[in-house]
Design a protein around this ligand. Structure first.
Ligand code: NAD
Length: 482
């Protein structure tokens, strides 16, 4: 390639500006507002998934060596090939599309609103209007789902859009850049691949909404860029999601759910996977024994060789995680695992017991296969431990005690809560998915995705009757007596 050709492919501020102008013109034409356009695009997303299941699974495998079944269930939908990671991603995405196709007419209908005597006679409604030109920036850990699930919301709401997938999952990013123009309306839906400089060029532009998934550091950059244009944002961030384990529970089921929510979800590289456990001193050994037993059942004696565990995304994250593990404060605390294979970027499921709260591992989101356990005197002490940190994206409690459940829901602030399970609240499309405080702002999934990309416009209809003289100056006592 000549230097001239190379320069032409650079995506800079000028290119980003041209792109948004083009999308603004398309939005102004009204094309994306129609019900028919939205439905055709949603159907095409499903068709794309059906026709490229294998390509999607391969890309996810290249990026994270994800077990294949996991992809289909979490990111697209079950196929004959047993590849868990792929099943998860494809099934969730196809479910989002199917729901939007089924409900879209209803979602788009103006919602009647009550009026008051003040405007009698009148009627009112709330009209959902598309915001315009939106930007979706996604993360690497569920690169297919986190790119296309928000896109389904943006399409359903009738916007034009740019998707910027993560450069840390390059195979999925380039597959999306290839497939989206083949299946979707290329004049309204664009993909821009790239890293910091391309994203920064995009962030210079004026958008009608920015939907960002990723860490809080970049979340702050996104919010600051959006503030310049008063652009609203959805920030889907992370945090330290705790699991409180009470005694007197079905320990085997609890541990199996914890394991699959931690190591079964991308080897802990998931935003709502358990970050740490809190339990009481007298229950800790039982819990550790049960975790060890079930881990061995799932992943065998040498989990580094298990095909059911994803690798760490890259060497930077690998060293970040090993640094947490090697800190003096926690090195004697490993009660299971700790093995690593740097060449293949693999770290075995690792449990650390009675970890000091001032250790590095308790100061940042782990986002990997390490699971510290904190000990408290009374299980109710857990609420203070959790609330003393930043608000997590998810919080979990395993208990049979009704009072504890109530206390937990009322006292612990988190994006979402699941009692006696891990991560499954995310699969309920009638629940909004999003953070609170430092774990994010705004939410999506189901109709919440449509709402995230719509403006709720208040509309009042009046006629020329019912005009009270009292409303107009001069304001005299005589008018009031009338
Ligand atoms: P990442 O490295 O893929 O970054 C996310 C996006 O930000 C990418 O598209 C990247 O290009 C862009 N980016 C990176 N640096 C930038 C910069 N300086 N300026 C502008 N853009 C930049 O992903 P990550 O941040 O490592 O993702 C992991 C984090 O995301 C964790 O904290 C996790 O909890 C969170 N997460 C949240 C959710 C959720 O739904 N709430 C889902 C997945 C991950």
């Amino acid at each position: 390639m000549s230097t001239e050709e190379e320069n032409q492919t650079v995506f800079d501020v000028a290119a980003a500006s041209m792109l948004t102008e083009e999308l603004r013109d398309v939005f102004a034409s009204g094309k994306t507002r129609s019900y028919e356009w939205r439905i055709s695009q949603l159907k095409s997303v499903i068709k794309m998934c059906d026709e490229h299941e294998e390509d999607i699974a391969d890309a996810l495998h290249q990026d994270l060596s994800k077990p294949k079944l996991e992809s289909i269930v979490y990111e697209v939908l079950v196929s004959s090939e047993v590849d868990w990671w792929y099943v998860v991603q494809i099934s969730m995405l196809k479910n989002s599309c199917a729901l939007a196709i089924k409900e879209l007419k209803q979602w788009m209908m103006p919602e009647k609103a009550k009026t008051s005597l003040l405007t009698f006679p009148s009627s009112a409604e709330i009209v959902s209007e598309p915001l315009g030109v939106v930007l979706i920036i996604s993360a690497w850990n569920y690169p297919f789902l986190l790119s296309l699930d928000p896109l389904v919301g943006a399409i359903s709401a009738g916007n034009t859009m740019v998707l910027k997938p993560s450069e840390l999952s390059p195979a999925t990013s380039s597959l999306l850049a290839k497939l989206l123009p083949e299946y979707l309306d290329v004049s309204s839906i664009k993909v821009v691949e790239g890293a910091v400089s391309e994203t920064s060029a995009l962030l210079e532009q004026k958008w009608d909404k920015i939907f960002y998934t990723g860490n809080g550091r970049v979340g702050r950059i996104v919010m600051a860029a959006a503030a310049k244009h008063l652009t609203p944002v959805v920030l889907e961030l992370g945090g330290k999601s705790p699991v409180v384990v009470d005694s007197g529970i079905d320990l085997q089921i609890a541990t199996r759910r914890i394991i699959v929510g931690k190591w079964g979800c991308n080897n802990g590289q998931a935003c709502i996977s358990p970050d740490y456990i809190i339990t009481t001193k007298d229950y800790a050994d039982k819990l550790v024994d049960s975790l060890k037993k079930e881990l061995e059942t799932f992943y065998g004696e040498n989990p580094l060789e298990s095909k059911d565990i994803s690798r760490i995304v890259n060497s930077n994250h690998f060293s970040r995680l090993t640094k947490l593990l090697d800190e003096d404060k926690v090195s004697g605390k490993i009660v299971y695992g700790g093995e690593r294979d740097e060449a293949n970027l693999k770290i075995a499921p690792t449990i650390l017991l009675d970890v000091p709260r001032d250790s590095l591992i308790m100061k940042e989101e782990i986002f990997g296969p390490l699971l510290p356990i904190l000990i408290v005197s009374e299980i109710e002490d857990s609420w203070d431990v959790i609330n003393s940190g930043t608000k997590p994206l998810a919080a979990y409690l395993f208990t049979n005690n009704k009072k504890l459940k109530e206390q937990f829901v009322m006292s612990v602030s988190a994006g979402g809560v699941a009692i006696n399970d891990i991560a499954m609240h995310l699969a309920i499309h009638t629940l909004p998915f999003g953070g609170v405080g430092e774990s994010g702002t705004g939410s999506y999934h189901g109709k919440f995705s449509f709402d995230a990309f719509s403006h709720k416009k208040s509309v009042l209809y009046r006629s020329f009757t019912g005009d009270a003289a009292l409303r107009y100056p001069p304001y005299t006592l005589g008018k009031i007596r009338l």
